[in-house]
Design a protein around this ligand. Structure first.
Ligand SMILES: *Cc1c(COP(=O)(O)O)cnc(C)c1O
Length: 380
C-alpha cells in the first residue's frame, strides 16, 4: 500500500503542467458567439442531409482511415491518395504529426502569439516548445524562426493566416523559408483559415519541391463543420504514411466523413459563405479604421484588436453588449466575424470603452504604441 499523499493512480508528470486552453467570458448568456472562430453560418444543407443519412448506418464502423474523404480530396486536388491523411479535426492530426515526428526532448518552433493549442500538444508529445515572437506588425518573423532552428529542432509550425492575429504569409515568403530550412525539419503549414484568404491551392503545389512540407487543413471553419470534427493533411507519401501509422483506428467517424465529403463537393456553399464572412470582416475592419484603431489586416474569419492592457476590459464590454470574444490578457482581443448586429455590438462596446476611466490613459485602445496596420495583400 502507498504511503503519503498518493491515494490512487498517478498520472504522468506532464499532465499537471499542461497550459490550459483559455475560456471565453459570457458563453451561455450572450446573444452572439464570437469567441471560437467558428463559422457563423450553418453547415451546407447537403452536408446536413449526408450526415442525417449516414446516421442510419452507425451500427457499422467507418472505414479504418477515412478512405471516402481521402478519395474525394485526392480527386479534386490531383494528389495521390497516399499523400493525404484525414482525421477527427486538424488538431487530432497535429497530435499524430507530433507523435510521429517530434520525439521527446526535441524542439518544436512556432510563432507566438499563435494558436494556443500548439504548446499543449507539444508538451503532450514530450517535446520542447520554442516560441518565437511575432514582429511589430503581428506577423510571423520568418527570419527569427529560421535562426531558431537548431540540431534539436524536429518540427516548425507556421500558422497561415495566423490565429489570433489574422496576418497572412504570402507564398513567396513560405517558399523562401522552405528554401533555407534544413530538409530534416518537418515544416507544418497550418491552413485552418486558408479559404478566407487564398482562392487557389498554391501551397499544395509546393509539395513536389519540398518533401519536408506538410499542409494541415480543416472542415471546422469555412466549411462550417466544427462540431463534426474533420480535418485533412497533404504531405509527401512517406510522411503521410507515417502519420496514418500512428492514427487511432476509425478516428474519423462515419457522420463526420459523410458531412465532410458532401461539404467538399458543395463548392457553391463554400464560395457563398466565404464571401459573406469576408464582406462582414471588411465592414468591421473599415469601422475600426474609422475609429482610428491600428490593427493587422486579417485573412481569417476574425479580427485582432491589439487592446493591450485593456483587453479584459474590452472583452467585458463586448459581453455586456451581447457578444462573446476571446481576450488574451495584456495582448489583445480576437473577434470572430458573425452577423452585422454582432459587429455593431462589438463597435458599441469599443465606443463605450473609450469613455470609461482606465487608469491614467485616456487614449483610445491600442494607440499610440500599436504598430501600423500591415497590409498583406490577402483577400482582406
Ligand atoms: C480552428 C483551428 C484549427 C482547427 O482545429 P480542428 O481540430 O480542425 O477543429 C486548427 N488550427 C488553427 C490555427 C485553428 O485556429
Amino acid at each position: 500500500m502507498h504511503t503519503g499523499m498518493a491515494t490512487g493512480p498517478v498520472p504522468l508528470p506532464v499532465v499537471g503542467t499542461l497550459p490550459q486552453y483559455s475560456r471565453a467570458a459570457g458563453l451561455g448568456t450572450v446573444k452572439w458567439v464570437g469567441s471560437s472562430n467558428e463559422s457563423c453560418i450553418a453547415p451546407a444543407p447537403s452536408a446536413v442531409a449526408a450526415m442525417t443519412e449516414a446516421a442510419a448506418g452507425t451500427n457499422r464502423y467507418p472505414g479504418i482511415a477515412g478512405e471516402k474523404l481521402v478519395m474525394a480530396i485526392s480527386d479534386t486536388l490531383g494528389l495521390s491518395a497516399e499523400q493525404i491523411a484525414v482525421g477527427a479535426g486538424s488538431l487530432a492530426l497535429l497530435g499524430q504529426i507530433l507523435s510521429a515526428y517530434a520525439p521527446p526532448g526535441s524542439s518544436v518552433i512556432y510563432a507566438w502569439r499563435s494558436y494556443e493549442a500548439y504548446p499543449i500538444l507539444i508538451a503532450l508529445a514530450g517535446a520542447n516548445s520554442v516560441p518565437v515572437a511575432l514582429d511589430a506588425c503581428h506577423r510571423h518573423d520568418l527570419e527569427a524562426i529560421g535562426a531558431a532552428i537548431g540540431a534539436d529542432t524536429s518540427v516548425v509550425l507556421l500558422c497561415n493566416p495566423n490565429n489570433p492575429t489574422g496576418t497572412v504569409l504570402e507564398m513567396w515568403e513560405i517558399t523562401e523559408f522552405l528554401d533555407n530550412a534544413p530538409r530534416e525539419v518537418l515544416v507544418v503549414l497550418d491552413e485552418a483559415y486558408t479559404e478566407y484568404s487564398f482562392s487557389g491551392n498554391d501551397s499544395a503545389e509546393l509539395l513536389d519541391k519540398y518533401p519536408n512540407l506538410l499542409i494541415l487543413r480543416t472542415f471546422s471553419k469555412a466549411y462550417g463543420l466544427a462540431g463534426a470534427r474533420a480535418g485533412y493533411l497533404l504531405a509527401h507519401t512517406d510522411i503521410a504514411a507515417n502519420i496514418r501509422a500512428v492514427a487511432p483506428p476509425f478516428g474519423l467517424s462515419s457522420l463526420a466523413q459523410a458531412g465532410a465529403v458532401a461539404a467538399w463537393a458543395d463548392i457553391d456553399y463554400l464560395k457563398a459563405s466565404v464571401a459573406e464572412v469576408v464582406a462582414e470582416r471588411d465592414y468591421l475592419a473599415s469601422e475600426l479604421v474609422a475609429r482610428g484603431l491600428e490593427f493587422p489586416s486579417s485573412g481569417g474569419n476574425f479580427v485582432w484588436i491589439p487592446a493591450g492592457f485593456r483587453s479584459l476590459e474590452l472583452e467585458a464590454a463586448c459581453v455586456a453588449h451581447g457578444v462573446s470574444v476571446r481576450a488574451f490578457q495584456g495582448a489583445g482581443v480576437r473577434v470572430t466575424i458573425s452577423v452585422r448586429e454582432a459587429s455593431e455590438a462589438v463597435l458599441a462596446a469599443l465606443d463605450s470603452l473609450s469613455t470609461l476611466p482606465s487608469g491614467q490613459a485616456a487614449s483610445p485602445i491600442a494607440a499610440p504604441s500599436a504598430p501600423k496596420n500591415h497590409s498583406t495583400g490577402g483577400a482582406s
